[in-house]
Design a protein around this ligand. Structure first.
Ligand code: FMN
Length: 183
């Protein structure tokens, strides 16, 4: 994996304890535990080598650093999109609005023409920016690191826009609307 930011410490992933490597490690239960953490929903977009738009639904997005402005997300190593995110230096985080669960389902389904009929425009670096989102962050990849069955991407935020629509939420495998806030 290449890395264009310094310093990046590629620490080896330590081997799992024996108890977690044997058959007793319950992958389903582990997934459910991870799903108990509520998140937003994003569609992360980039360009293929032929400049066609590429994107997938991801909820691994998170904030990382304010100064410099950095964000992170992770992509399954088996994803056909991986090569595009490795080769294109830019990507956009499209934070979906509460009315965009259909868009989330669409971009979570492997298919060749994901962008057909979708409202999008080219952002500052040419990567697709979806219409009607809660927010958009346009980024430059500064680090890619293999981490287990995923690749961890860190991006520097070059431009951002939004906050006009309420975000879509995801919890325990279901799309949700945000509830009332607590004083
Ligand atoms: C709510 C939700 C969140 C997801 N988050 C991620 C993620 O963070 N990383 C990832 O690799 N796949 C994630 N996926 C699965 C991908 O969207 C799905 O595998 C998709 O088909 C990948 O696109 P591709 O096949 O065109 O590469 C998520 C799916 C859903 C429904």
């Amino acid at each position: 994996m290449k890395s264009s930011s310094q310093p990046v410490h590629d620490l080896p992933v330590p081997p799992a304890p024996q108890s977690e490597r044997d058959d007793k490690f319950d992958v389903r239960a582990f997934r459910n535990i991870l799903g108990s953490f509520p998140t937003g929903v994003t569609v992360i977009t980039t360009l293929a080598e032929d400049k066609s738009p590429v994107g997938l639904t991801a909820n691994s997005f998170n904030s990382l650093s304010l100064d410099p402005p950095l964000i992170l997300w992770s992509l399954n190593r088996n994803s056909p999109s991986l090569v595009c995110f490795e080769k294109c230096p830019n990507f956009a985080i499209n934070i979906l609005a509460q009315g965009q669960s259909d868009l989330s389902r669409r971009f979570a389904t492997p298919m060749p023409e994901k962008f057909t009929g979708v409202d999008w425009r080219a952002g500052g670096d040419g990567v697709p920016v979806l219409g009607g989102c809660a927010a958009v962050l346009e980024c430059t990849t500064v680090s890619m690191q293999e981490a287990g069955d995923h690749v961890l991407f860190i991006g520097r935020v070059d431009r951002f826009d939004g906050l006009s629509h309420a975000p879509l939420a995801f919890h325990a495998g279901k799309y949700r609307l945000l509830g009332d806030h607590i004083e």
